[in-house]
Design a protein around this ligand. Sequence first.
Ligand code: F6R
Length: 268
Amino acid sequence: MQIIIYTNAQQVAESAALWVKELIKKKPAPVLGLATGNTPISLYKQLVEQHKSNSLSFKNVTTFNLDEYHHIDSTNPQSYRSFMNKNLFNHVDIDVNNTFLPSCAAGENPRVQGLAYEEKIKQQGGIDLQILGIGANGHIGFNEPTSSLSSRTRIKTLTQQTISDNSRLFKPDEKQPTMAMTMGIATIMDARYVLLMATGANKANAVKEMITGGVSAMCPASALQMHENAIILLDKAAASELSDQSYYQWADNENRKLIEDYGYFHNY
Ligand code: F6R
């Protein structure tokens, strides 16, 4: 794991944007894995700015989102499709036909939809860079604690903690879904690079479990300990429960020197 600690959330977003930009510039047909939630909104703002001011083009980019609520219409403002349109897709030159979410509308079979999503990712040559957030309970995507570390795209029942964490996003008259389709942990682990962003003190315990706890289905993000190319971008608050912060900071400085000498090693 490459753990990088920044002073604030804005720096986390700027750093994540550099990773995405590098991928887009480097690969003719990049495949980007995307997340929703509060954390990546500032990353998407950065990307939209880059598109507008520096002509960063998304024309050849294909995207796969981590998750989508079950039985939600894509036009519903609470759908993750709407979230992506609002925060990214509507503001850049991406072809919406190349943007995918693991949706499962009414009348569709979640098992069939899950398999089809896995197949679609394979057809596109796999995900180059997967953006991740982390739940306060250690979830990635909607892989809640107890999710199999070998899981694939499927339907999951959300935990009470996740439902209550996300309730802030729903108006009193809106029905909050309790089930979602999510990429599995094995699907996420197949990405060539994974970039997890965590900001705020409410993530500090989950971050500590992910990095220093044992690999366990009780903290799905801990599976990233087994990923060859996992980059963890933290702000100070999210890193606050890590005891080895000075080592991570020193290792990051040493790594920057290597980059100056040899350039990036990323092999997309
Ligand atoms: C959403 C997703 C979730 C979120 C996590 C953190 O697509 O995959 O795992 O990343 O729930 O959400 P925020 O960023 O709102 O704290």
